[in-house]
Write a protein that binds this ligand. Structure first.
Ligand code: FAD
Length: 448
């Protein structure tokens, strides 16, 4: 395959971040009279949607304990809503259903959603929460719930369809997207240290600016850019931690119950919001009644025709290996190592049955014919880094919240054309050294 000898903007990775940046950058260049999509080249070592964006559950929500994340998500929801058809976006809403230990955190999320004008309803108390849930699902039976946050916006999008929709929009702006082109290393300027070219398996491409949107492969590209493998992190109490690994992996666990998606509708026959349930009520196996856990657990789920059933997931688990040793390839369902197993299936199906009677006895219908789940690469505080390194390399490392963050590419495009973004400011790399980390919540999920 012939690669061009040079390009103004080289974008590595055709997932949500690379493609959204490409599309919005093409528009920004055109609007400013400074160029067009023809100045942008996207390369992907496999193809559009080959990474995490192509296997993600696709949940789009605002519910984050961290104010900066909420504002960023509100911006991203605007982008999803701007072209639901092309993005294959289903604006069904989202519900965070929580136990008492998370009540205060979620109450503050609700207050701040009101402050930024993000529409939601907050129900408090065990009785009122149960009543609200039963008004939507008459078989609701989850225990240990004392609050319900119902976000009226958000929902989910179909992973691969949305990536292809975004790719078409970028190509219509004149962007070139090349599959099967893997970046193997970078050439650096002799004086500045900036990147002057990317060397790929198909040849050298000189470039003026590089955008990195490689999802779970970020550790590899970070090493090629000779960025620090271990860093100093000042925590929120001011304590300094030396020699912290910059990257760590978690395995995200998701799967599909092979039921008719139509069986999971609301009492009035509508498609329901995405449900996210966290509780500390003991979870018993729906197969043999044995205790699975008496610790805080959480799941999320939605009916989804593209997955062919009710699809969702549970908390991820930490991969206990040095980032350089983790086998990211083959990725996702192809991985021999990082796909879900029996423990996840038993837990998630039992948790569905714990929440709604309609799922009792349905574990045998779990889709074992398809592998699911996949790796995510996380920063020390589990929140994204959006920043410029080596003068001309913009790294979008989303730390695995990223499918929903379609708006980040739009903001990055603005930064590349000279307009600083206040929404991206809290996600700079310097926050680790400065102690400006994002606050953590009581959720069992590292990214909430
Ligand atoms: C199972 C699972 C479920 C998830 N569910 C959700 C969800 O519901 N909601 C949500 O918001 N987030 C979710 N996420 C997280 C989300 O999918 C990721 O954060 C996001 O998709 C990352 O997007 P990206 O564009 O950075 O990377 P990716 O989509 O991974 O794309 C990176 C691309 O870079 C290419 N690439 C890598 N290295 C090179 C190289 N050297 N040269 C050229 N190309 C290269 C890859 O081939 C790939 O196509 C989920 C993740 C997983 C694993």
């Amino acid at each position: 395959m012939a690669v061009p000898k040079g390009t103004k903007y080289a974008i590595i990775g055709a997932g949500i971040h690379g493609l959204s940046t490409a599309f919005h950058l093409a528009q920004s260049l055109k609007a400013a009279g400074r160029g067009s999509g023809a100045d942008i080249l996207v390369v992907d070592k496999t193809a559009v949607a080959a990474g995490a964006s192509g296997i993600a559950c696709g949940v789009v929500r605002n519910n984050y304990f961290q104010p900066a994340m909420r504002e960023l998500m509100a911006h991203s929801v605007d982008v999803w809503e701007s072209d639901p058809k092309a993005y294959s976006y289903h604006p069904v809403g989202y519900m965070q259903i929580s136990p008492e230990g998370m009540h205060e955190d979620v109450a503050s999320i609700y207050q701040q959603q009101k402050a930024i004008g993000y529409e939601s309803v907050f129900i408090e108390g065990a009785e009122d929460s149960a009543k609200y849930m039963r008004s939507l699902f008459d078989d609701w039976q989850a225990k240990g719930i004392t609050s319900v946050l119902h976000e009226k916006r958000g929902g989910y999008a179909n992973n691969r369809a949305s990536m292809h929709g975004l790719a078409v929009k970028a190509e219509n702006e004149g962007v070139r997207i090349l599959s099967g082109v893997e970046v193997l290393d970078f050439e650096f300027g002799s004086n500045s240290g900036a990147v002057t070219a990317i060397n790929t398996n198909q040849g050298r491409i000189a470039c003026e600016t590089v955008v990195v949107g490689v999802g779970p492969w970020v550790n590899k590209i970070w090493n090629l850019l000779e960025l620090p493998k271990r860093i100093t992190v000042k925590d929120l109490r001011g304590k300094v931690h030396e020699d912290v690994p910059m990257w760590k992996f978690w395995c995200l666990e998701e799967g599909t119950l092979g039921v008719d998606p139509d069986m999971h509708k609301t009492n009035d026959g509508r498609f329901p919001p995405v449900l996210h349930v966290d509780t500390d009520a003991p979870l018993y196996s729906d197969r043999d009644g044995k205790l699975i856990t008496d610790k805080l657990w959480g799941i999320y789920y939605k009916p989804d025709f593209s997955f062919g059933g009710v699809q969702g997931g549970a908390s991820p688990y930490k991969v206990d290996q040095d980032a350089d040793q983790v086998a990211v390839d083959p990725y996702g369902p192809e991985s021999p190592e990082f796909v879900v197993g029996d423990d996840f299936i038993e837990m998630w199906c039992s948790a569905l049955a714990h929440c709604q009677k309609r799922f009792e006895g349905k574990m045998p219908l779990y889709r074992r014919d398809e592998n699911s789940g996949g790796l995510g690469c996380f920063t020390p505080d589990n929140f994204p880094v959006f920043d410029t390194f080596r003068e001309n390399v913009y790294v979008i490392a989303d730390s695995n919240h990223g499918y929903k963050m379609i708006g980040v590419g739009k903001l990055v495009a603005r930064e590349l054309t000279g307009e600083k973004s206040a929404l991206l400011e809290p996600f700079r790399f310097a926050r680790f050294a400065k102690g400006e980390l994002h606050p953590t919540s009581h959720s069992p999920f590292p990214w909430s």
